[in-house]
Ligand binder design. Structure first.
Ligand code: NAD
Length: 508
């Protein structure tokens, strides 16, 4: 299917879409866009006015594209009421009907494919090809859950040891959900939560990241176009205040949060009040293990894809390289050349292989780790600096022989920064891979699939690639061990996150 029109993926057309179609001063509540009123000028002090506004930036230039108005607790209250009112009907809507809405979202996204890609490139800085993969993945996720929910049996018989008793099992939606997403995969992380929640029969308050509102707000137009019943999904552009109000609200039954560990801890304590169900998808410091028998050229491509895709702003970025000592020197020689040949630039330029970081804040975060690396006297194979140009660009960076005590080894940078170490045997590789507070993903590169699978079974991670990197299918569960989070998204587990089992017992 060819969805891309050659002239429609330009900065100018994306800015035109912002002007023509993105609702910059409104929240999508109860099936319509509601204007977010600014505080009255005669009573508002400067602080409250500022907290009600945010700017959306072009990551390539650092210039403001648009100013958005952010929600406050006022809109959270309206949205909770709308979601509560919609719940009895939506949770009882026939599964086939709910599935048809999910398919309609997918179809409308397909029709708007170029616009969604363009907004993602503009607001997030992604290269076009990466943004296309994102939008396609989001579409596939809506379709997957439309299909999965229709395959789920309404009732199943549970066999028991009591012959006079019948026990039936069914699934019910968990209730009214607060979905909170970060900025690194706009529309994708949203789909991972929204699609199973709607399939299960939940109603929803969705809070996109305030950093990437432009692509995310298009969802409101899509829901309006497909005539999703009012109140089923409410979209609240907002920052921490809105997220906190959602997670603390007594009428919210379930919170699904993707983001940093620092905010995840706050969300978890907010969820404790009222004993809310919770899923957390948090940080990572994933390893890529390159075995002695690996093809060096292919290994370098996988290493580069695993850390420089999305400029390293991926929770599952394989940011720790473990390479067998026997091939380390020749691997680093090839890796340095390939890394220095990467085309860095504007996401709208089709030659670009790595774009800017999303924001000035994220650029400063990466710069902080460059300074720590200097202070720790780490050996820099390549990079180690921000680029002296407009926009939020950092050089793709590799440090070698990094001690396991280094902050760059232990902490998530969330940027294009790879740290590496050598190992002598598989046992040492596994020990090094597991030496982290995080345990989200891993990659293994080896010519011996059997040995790689053996290794995969011993590495603590929720998702492990062998001779592949960063492919995530809707069918596979996603989530980590240790401090990478609680619960799973995607796959059958991702639907279970929005359902609770019910049992009905009777004698006969
Ligand atoms: P963040 O934690 O700063 O923000 C995430 C979301 O939480 C945003 O929408 C933000 O507005 C909201 N928020 C902030 N304070 C809140 C509060 N007190 N209560 C409720 N909500 C609040 O994260 P980020 O900087 O947007 O994203 C980067 C982080 O996300 C990284 O650490 C990355 O590893 C993680 N991440 C994890 C996964 C995964 O699947 N495990 C996926 C993507 C990103």
């Amino acid at each position: 299917m060819e969805m891309t029109n050659a002239n429609s993926l330009t900065r100018e057309s994306a800015i035109q879409t912002v002007h023509d179609e993105v609702m910059l001063n409104a929240a999508y509540i109860d099936g319509k866009w509601m204007t977010i009123e600014a505080p009255a000028t005669d009573t508002a002090d400067a602080d409250s006015y500022d907290s009600n506004h945010d700017s959306s930036y072009d990551s390539n230039s650092g210039t403001i594209i648009a100013t958005t108005r952010l929600c406050t607790k006022v809109q959270v209250e309206l949205a909770v009421n709308a979601a509560s009112a919609a719940y009895p009907s939506w949770s009882q809507t026939a599964v086939s009907k709910r599935a048809s809405y999910l398919n309609a979202i997918a179809e409308t996204m397909e029709q708007q494919f170029d616009k969604l890609v363009g907004l993602s490139v503009l607001n997030n800085g992604k290269p076009i090809e990466e943004a296309k993969i994102d939008v396609s993945d989001a579409i596939a996720c809506y379709r997957y859950y439309a299909n999965l929910i229709t395959e789920q049996a309404t009732w199943s018989e549970v066999s028991t040891s009591e012959s006079s008793i019948r026990l039936l099992k069914t699934y019910a939606p968990v209730g009214i959900c607060a979905l909170i997403v970060p900025w690194n995969f706009p529309m994708v992380t949203t789909a991972w939560k929204l699609a199973p929640a709607l399939a299960a029969g939940c109603t929803v308050l969705l809070k996109p990241s305030e950093v990437t509102l432009l692509p995310e707000l298009m969802l409101g137009n899509i829901l309006s176009a497909i005539k999703l019943p009012k109140g089923v999904v409410n979209i609240l552009p907002g920052a921490a205040e809105v997220g906190a109000a959602m997670t603390c609200h007594p009428l919210i039954d379930k919170i699904s949060f993707t983001g940093s560990n620092a905010v995840g801890e706050k969300v978890m304590s907010q969820a404790a009040k009222g004993i809310k169900d919770i899923s957390l998808e948090l940080g990572g410091k994933s390893a890529i293990v390159v075995c002695a028998d690996a093809d060096i050229d292919h290994a370098c491509d996988l290493i580069i894809g695993g850390i420089f895709t999305n400029a390293g702003q991926i929770c599952s970025a394989t940011s720790r390289l473990l390479v067998h000592e026997s091939i380390a020197q020749s691997l680093f020689d090839t890796l340095k050349v390939k890394t220095e040949n990467l085309q860095i630039g504007d996401g709208f330029d089709t030659d670009t292989q790595m774009g800017p970081l999303v924001s000035e804040q994220q650029l400063n975060q990466v710069k902080k780790y460059f300074d720590i690396a200097t202070a720790e006297n780490l050996t820099c194979l390549t990079g180690g600096e921000v680029l002296n140009r407009q926009g939020y660009f950092a050089m793709p960076t590799i440090y070698t022989n990094v001690p396991v005590t280094s902050r760059l080894w232990t902490e998530e940078v969330f940027g294009p920064v790879l740290v590496s170490q050598t190992f002598t045997d598989h046992a040492e590789a596994i020990a090094l891979a597991n030496d982290s507070q995080f345990a989200l993903a891993a990659s293994i590169v080896s010519a011996d699939e059997t040995a790689a699978v053996e290794m995969a079974l011993q590495i603590q991670a929720g998702h492990i690639w062998i001779n592949e990197q960063q492919i995530v299918l809707p069918e596979s569960g996603w989530g980590g061990f240790k401090q990478s989070g609680i619960g799973r998204e995607l796959g059958v587990d991702g639907l279970s996150a929005y359902q609770k089992s019910k049992h009905v017992l009777f004698s006969h």
